[in-house]
Design a protein around this ligand. Structure first.
Ligand code: ZN
Length: 182
């Protein structure tokens, strides 16, 4: 009698044990990558919320993390000098950044006022409180201006992921997140 033939399980397992017909350089049983140019920069992380907002809070391009996107403090360049991403993706894009700036400025202003009041309690000085409040109201909006632009662009990227219309240099396309199962 012949001994029973060992079972190899799946076809993939069988192929993995067979010599590769394509030569020593190929991996046996592995289908070729359908688009080898899809991920030219495999080290780039996917554009997740922590990634894009982390870059935005460092005043960097949310898409590629590149710097040099501001000329002086207030002027954002039209396109990222690293990846070519155009920050104003649609007309009216910056209205959202104004809202971010207003909410953040008022929030911090209120916090400053409460802290100043608590620090001087029970004998708060009205001129001091007024000076602190007016000073914060003057300096906070321009200080937060670049951050409000980058964070709003980051939020927009999360809501509307990159498309080919964004004309980002393909070398900086991040790997795609796997699609969610429904
Ligand atoms: Zn960029």
């Amino acid at each position: 009698m012949h001994p029973p033939r060992p079972r190899t399980g799946t076809d993939a397992g069988l192929r993995a044990t067979m010599p590769c017909p394509g030569g020593p350089g190929m991996m046996g049983g592995m289908p070729p990558d359908p688009d080898p140019d899809a991920h030219v920069a495999p080290d780039l992380p996917p554009l997740t919320i922590p990634v894009v907002f982390g870059r935005a809070l460092r005043r960097r391009c949310p898409v590629c993390g590149g710097g040099g996107i501001f000329r002086r403090w207030l002027h954002l360049v039209e396109r990222c000098p690293t990846c070519g991403f155009r920050f104003e993706r649609i007309e009216g894009h910056w209205l959202g950044s104004l809202a971010v700036n207003s909410v953040a400025s008022f929030g911090i202003l209120l916090l400053v006022l409460v802290v100043a009041f608590a620090a001087s309690y029970p004998d708060p000085s009205i001129p001091v409180l007024l000076g602190v409040t007016v000073g914060a109201a003057i300096f906070l909006p321009p200080f937060l201006f670049p951050y409000s632009k980058t964070t709003w662009t980051a939020a927009d990227l999360i809501a509307r992921p990159l498309t080919p219309d964004d004309l980002v240099d393909p070398r900086y396309w991040p790997p795609q997140r796997p699609p969610r199962r429904r």
